[in-house]
Design a binder for this molecule. Structure first.
Ligand SMILES: [Zn+2]
Length: 382
């Protein structure tokens, strides 16, 4: 695993609709590792093919092997500048989930589009009507950066550093879902080396505000034209839950808060996990949130998900730890490097040929028949 690359990606500032710096970083990385890519009209990055034409050709092939469509998102909850109240006070609007307590006085980072990052303090905060997340506030910025137009600035909760590592745990302003992007990129690299004709990666924009980039991609209609089977694999970092704990392995995600994913594809993924990561994976419905597999399911494309258990989901101090301002107050998200390694293994295995996508239960059926064989004499009644 290229840890340096992971940590460098996690340093990049991002927020819903303000993914420009992450996009630039990823484009440089894909050029460096020679993975073909292009951007769709929404700005989502499509990996594994160099153009819409190549995308359509891949999907149009008369081929039994499904195209694996890996999806991860490039944004994380955060704020946009709205207007300057005075030279050092910026009014902001919040996008996505957030902590709800210990907000005023907490540290934030503010970035301009060129990636220059300033330090600030949240000086006032208003929650939405249902009191589930931040809706707006004001930010006091130490340095003078009022030469920048307010709407060009964006930010999020800040901690001692954008990213740091301790004992195999990575703490960061935003693991969700830059970790998923990292794994998708590494998988794209493997697929390119294998000259696999069955990989597409979609790195989306504005997931945290309702899968906006992902929906826009489905609306292009390209996936609908597929002549061969498809399977969407959502790569997420997801709120820890009982049975889905940090450091206990990646989670075979059976569903999200919206519902369950696709039975046969889940079975294929479960068998892979059982074989390649025995006792080092977890399996459950991750209903702490929703993910882009749901967009696929709703569009009638088979989908599965893999989650990295995420501490302090959406910077809410559920688990606490270093730099947490108190229960449910701002806190760095954290993930385990070993869980990420596990997710990389599962993704690589999903690229293999001849997985039992059409009938994953044939062995299980034989086993069931053996139960019948054993019991059939006793079924006879007179
Ligand atoms: Zn996410």
């Amino acid at each position: 695993m290229n840890k340096k690359s992971l940590l460098s990606l996690l340093e990049q500032p991002t927020a819903p609709y303000r993914e420009g710096l992450v996009i630039q970083w990823i484009k440089n990385e894909l050029n460096r590792i020679q993975v073909p890519f292009f951007q769709d009209s929404t700005g989502n990055i499509i990996m594994g093919v160099a153009s819409e034409q190549e995308y359509r050709i891949l999907l149009g092939q008369n081929e039994k092997e499904p195209v694996r469509v890996f999806i991860a998102h490039m944004d994380h909850p955060g704020f946009h500048g709205v207007k300057w109240k005075n030279k050092q006070t910026l009014e902001v609007k919040w996008f996505g989930g957030s902590p709800r307590k210990h907000l005023v006085g907490s540290r934030v980072w503010i970035s301009n589009p060129a990636g220059q990052v300033y330090d600030g303090i949240l000086s006032s905060a208003t929650l939405d009507k249902k009191k589930t997340h931040l809706s707006k506030g004001t930010v006091k910025i130490k340095e003078n950066c009022s030469e920048h137009k307010a709407p060009t600035l964006f930010g999020g909760f800040g901690f001692r550093k954008a990213v740091w590592e301790k004992s195999g745990i990575v703490y960061t302003k935003a693991a969700d879902d830059l970790v998923g992007c990292f794994v998708a990129i590494e998988t794209a690299k493997k697929a390119a080396k294998l000259q696999s004709r069955k990989f597409i990666g979609i790195l989306t924009r504005a997931e945290e505000v309702g899968f906006v980039g992902c929906i826009a991609h489905f609306e292009l209609g390209w996936l609908k034209t597929a002549k061969r089977p498809l399977v969407v694999v959502s790569l997420e970092t997801s709120r820890t839950l009982p049975g889905a704990l940090v450091g206990k392995g990646p989670v075979v995600r059976l569903g999200d808060r919206a519902g369950v994913f696709s039975g046969p594809a889940i079975e294929v993924l479960s068998q892979i996990a059982q074989k390649k990561l025995p006792k080092k994976f977890q399996k459950r419905v991750m209903d702490g949130g929703t993910c882009e597999a749901t967009v696929a399911v709703v569009n009638q494309v088979p989908a599965v998900g893999i989650s990295i258990p995420l501490g302090n989901y959406h910077n809410q101090g559920f688990e606490g730890g270093p730099d947490c301002r108190g229960p449910e107050g701002p806190a760095p998200e954290f993930v385990s490097l070993s869980d990420i390694k596990g997710m990389l293994v599962l993704c690589e295995e999903l690229l293999k040929d001849d997985l039992p996508w059409e009938d994953p239960w044939s062995e299980r059926r034989k086993q069931l028949l053996s139960y019948l064989e054993e019991g059939k004499d006793l079924l006879v009644f007179s």
